[in-house]
Design a protein around this ligand. Structure first.
Ligand SMILES: Nc1ncnc2c1ncn2[C@@H]1O[C@H](COP(=O)(O)OP(=O)(O)OP(=O)(O)O)[C@@H](O)[C@H]1O
Length: 367
C-alpha cells in the first residue's frame, strides 16, 4: 500500500505544510507536542478538511482540493484508534466489536471476527461492559472495533499514552502482531522514541507543521539532529539481528547483527528468530584500541564517519560498523583526548545491561 500525502492547512496561528509518501507496514508520525501530528491524522481520516492538497491510498484520492473531492470519514475505510478508547459504555464488548461492521457493505467486509478477537486476545472479555475493563483491555477492544470495520488503513493516535508502563508493555506485542499479521497498513502517531523505535517500519518526523525527514526507521533514528535536545540521548541506532544462542550460565542471549554480535540480557526468543534492538547513543562508548579489563561485553570495530558537536559538552560520533551506523554520545573533551578524527579506526563499546525491554523488540518481517 502506498499512502501519499501532500497537504497544507491553517488552524489559528498554526500552519501545516506536509508532504510524504510511505509504503510502510507501520508508519510513525513522530514529533513534539504541537508539531501537527493529530491534525495530519485527522486530515487522513477526513475529520479535518485541508485548505489545499491531496491524500491518496494506492492512487485513490480520499481528498483532492484541486478537483473538489472530499470523501467523508465513513466512506474512507480508515479505522481510527484514539488515546482514550471511546467505547460505547452501554454496550457489551461483543456489541462494541460488532458496531463498525454494520457500516461496511457485505462484499467489502474482509475482517474475520474470530481472527481479530484471537489476534488481540479479547475473546474472554466479550460479555463484559467497558466499565469493567482495564485501560489496556479497553484499548485492545477499541483496536478490535476499528479492525472489524475492515479498514484499508488503521490510524492510531497515541494509543498507549493513557496507559502506565506495565499496560504499555502488555499491549505492545499486540500492536506488533497487528503490524505483522493483519495485513493493514498502520499510521501510528507518537512522540515516544521507544515506541517508534520498537514498532515503526517507517517514520515521518514533524516539526512546526512541516516534515523534517521521512524514511525507514533505522535511517531516521540515527539522525539525532532531528530530535529535541532532551530526546537526543534516547536516539541512536536501530538494528535487526538473529538470535544465535543463549548462555545459560549467565542468562545472556547472543544476537548477530550486520554491525557485529551483541550480548543482551536473556530474552525469551528461540535460536534463529529475529530481534530488533535500539542502541541508544548515550549507551555507546568509543575506544581507539580494543579495550581490556572492561566490564562491557560488546565491542565492535568500526570506522569513525562524523563528529557532530551538540549542545554544551556533548558530541555525537557516528561509527560505521560494517555498513551499519552506531551513534555514540560522548563529550567533546573525550573526543579531543582520544584524538578522534573522521576516517579513524575505532571500537564501539556497549554494555549488555543497556539492552532492556524498552529497546528490544521483534522486527517487522520483510515486506
Ligand atoms: N481547532 C484548532 N484551532 C486552532 N488551533 C488548533 C486547533 N487544533 C489544534 N490547533 C493547534 O495546531 C497545532 C498542532 O496541533 P496538533 O494537535 O496537530 O499537534 P500534535 O503534534 O498532535 O500535538 P500533541 O502531541 O500535543 O497531541 C497546535 O499549535 C495546536 O494548538
Amino acid at each position: 500500500m502506498m499512502l501519499s500525502v501532500d497537504v497544507s492547512h491553517r488552524q489559528g496561528d498554526f500552519t501545516l505544510d506536509c508532504r510524504f509518501d510511505s509504503e510502510g507496514r507501520l508508519t510513525a508520525l513522530f514529533g513534539p507536542s504541537g508539531s501537527g501530528k493529530t491534525t495530519l491524522a485527522n486530515i487522513i481520516a477526513g475529520l479535518v478538511r485541508p485548505r489545499r492538497g491531496v491524500v491518496s491510498i494506492d492512487g485513490r484520492a480520499l481528498v483532492d482540493t484541486g478537483s473538489g473531492l472530499f470523501l467523508p470519514p465513513h466512506r474512507r475505510r480508515v479505522g481510527y484508534v484514539f488515546q482514550d478508547a471511546r467505547l460505547f459504555p452501554h454496550m457489551s464488548v461483543a456489541a462494541n466489536l460488532r458496531y463498525g461492521r454494520n457500516y461496511v457493505p457485505a462484499g467489502e467486509r474482509y475482517a474475520d471476527f474470530d481472527h481479530v478477537v484471537d489476534l488481540l486476545g479479547i475473546g474472554h472479555l466479550q460479555d463484559r461492559h467497558p466499565a469493567g475493563l482495564s485501560g489496556g483491555e479497553k484499548q485492545r477492544v477499541a483496536i478490535g472495533r476499528a479492525l472489524l470495520a475492515s479498514p484499508r488503513l488503521l490510524l492510531m493516535d497515541e494509543p498507549l499514552a493513557a496507559l502506565d508502563d506495565a499496560r504499555k508493555g502488555e499491549i505492545l506485542p499486540y500492536v506488533e502482531r497487528l503490524r505483522d499479521e493483519a495485513g493493514i497498513p498502520i499510521v501510528y502517531v507518537s512522540h515516544s522514541i521507544a515506541e517508534v523505535g520498537r514498532l515503526a517500519t517507517d517514520m515521518v518526523v514533524l516539526a512546526g507543521g512541516r516534515v523534517s525527514a521521512s524514511g525507514p526507521t533505522a535511517a531516521i533514528m540515527q539522525r539525532l539532529d532531528l530530535l529535541s535536545a532532551e530526546e537526543q540521548p534516547e536516539g541512536g541506532a536501530v538494528l535487526d539481528g538473529t538470535v544465535i544462542g543463549h548462555d545459560d550460565n549467565f542468562d545472556v542471549t547472543e544476537l548477530r547483527t550486520r554491525a557485529g554480535t551483541f550480548r543482551l540480557p536473556r530474552i525469551a526468543a528461540s535460536e534463529g528468530s529475529t530481534l530488533r534492538v535500539r542502541i541508544r547513543a548515550r549507551d555507546v562508548l568509543v575506544a581507539t584500541r580494543r579495550p581490556e579489563g572492561l566490564s562491557a561485553l560488546n565491542v565492535v570495530p568500526g570506522t569513525l564517519r562524523a563528529l557532530e558537536p551538540r549542545e554544551g559538552a556533548a558530541l555525537d560520533a557516528s561509527i560505521d560498523c560494517n555498513g551499519e551506523i552506531l551513534v555514540a554520545r560522548i563529550t567533546r573533551q573525550s573526543a579531543a583526548t582520544l584524538g578522534l578524527v573522521p576516517g579513524g579506526a575505532v571500537f564501539a563499546v556497549v554494555k549488555t545491561i543497556s539492552f532492556d525491554s524498552h529497546n528490544t523488540a521483534r522486527p517487522a518481517p520483510a515486506a
